[in-house]
Design a protein around this ligand. Sequence first.
Ligand SMILES: NC(=O)c1ccc[n+]([C@@H]2O[C@H](COP(=O)([O-])OP(=O)(O)OC[C@H]3O[C@@H](n4cnc5c(N)ncnc54)[C@H](O)[C@@H]3O)[C@@H](O)[C@H]2O)c1
Ligand SMILES: O=C(O)C(=O)C[C@@H](O)[C@H](O)[C@H](O)COP(=O)(O)O
Ligand SMILES: [Zn+2]
Length: 359
Amino acid sequence: MQCLKVDLADRSYPIYIGAGILSDEALLQRHIAGRQVCVVTDDTVAPLYLESLLQKLSGYRVTSVVLPTGEAYKNWSTLQQVFDALLAERHDRRTTLIALGGGVIGDMTGFAAACYQRGVDFIQVPTTLLSQVDSSVGGKTGINHPAGKNMLGAFYQPKAVLIDTDSLRTLPEREVSAGLAEIVKYGLIRDADFLTWLEQNMAALRALDAALVTYAIERSCAIKAEVVAADEREGGVRAILNLGHTFGHAIEAHQGYGSWLHGEAVGAGMAMALDLSCRLGWITDAERDRGVALISAAGLPTVPPKGMVAADFERLMSVDKKVLDGQLRLVLLRGMGEAVVTAEFTADALRQCLVGFEQ
Ligand SMILES: NC(=O)c1ccc[n+]([C@@H]2O[C@H](COP(=O)([O-])OP(=O)(O)OC[C@H]3O[C@@H](n4cnc5c(N)ncnc54)[C@H](O)[C@@H]3O)[C@@H](O)[C@H]2O)c1
Ligand SMILES: O=C(O)C(=O)C[C@@H](O)[C@H](O)[C@H](O)COP(=O)(O)O
Ligand SMILES: [Zn+2]
């Protein structure tokens, strides 16, 4: 088992990574402060992993909430179901919530934990590749609004992240590719050597080779932990974790959340960010093509949905959380492995990029 740390003074916490670590009762229980636990999961993950998790919690007063599966349910009314269940079961403020599932469950459970009785503990038990390499780490929690992705939420850190790589065995191929999008992102923004390693190992990663996937999770979590520790609330450098997301979130909102997976939208979004970086002369054509080829090799789209035009992007991107005083900022590449958050592009350059992707 590998243990990394997210270093945030009194909000620091461990990330455990390993095969079968969910069978380690003591490891889980070490991070539960009180005697009450509520496990939050979805109706796809519950039949797979809920019972065995509950067995590790004997001696606690445990309840569970099973939410409907998917991005379309990352909203107020689903969150309300969590609060209703916590109140109906008389959970007190020493309760620990456990998020058992993918990023949708992790983001909503974290937000519920931030709000319930003004804040209770929570633990992340991510079961998708995407949530193991990204969403379970860093404390961004929240829900979507029809006008924009993750528009309501809080920065609220978990007490621990338990990544059991065995849970990936049941993950559908499409979800594996979605997780690879965020892994490719880390290479593009911060680590050119990791990018080369990903190029060499992409086929085996898609086949879920255990040793390679474990290394990819460790490297991704290490990069994310370092960036979050440097800038917990995204005052500056943390925004590089948003590479491809301004375009990608616009795609998700345009499609009504759910028909394109988050990772798929980020894949196409990163291809668009590579293209704009190239148009600005910051990376070469060959570097752009190399990035796009890797996104494609991960099984991800490299163009936005048919019928989505430049004006759709401009409208939806104008509500991005990186907009300051009406000025859009984007994460672009100054080189492979070197991301910047910048407003140094003209509206015209952006429009040409967007029009270039129209189909
Ligand atoms: N907070 C952050 O920093 C952060 C980072 C990245 C993404 N996100 C958010 O995460 C969400 C995407 O997360 P996701 O890709 O995990 O999606 P998800 O939570 O919808 O899970 C994907 C699908 O896999 C199923 N599933 C989960 N674990 C499984 C398993 N082990 N076996 C079989 N099926 C399983 C789920 O039921 C769901 O159908 C988006 O809402 C995105 O905005 C947040
Ligand atoms: O942790 C971060 O910071 C990220 O930006 C990680 C992203 O992969 C993730 O999708 C995040 O939820 C996006 O955040 P948002 O602030 O753009 O909604
Ligand atoms: Zn993301």
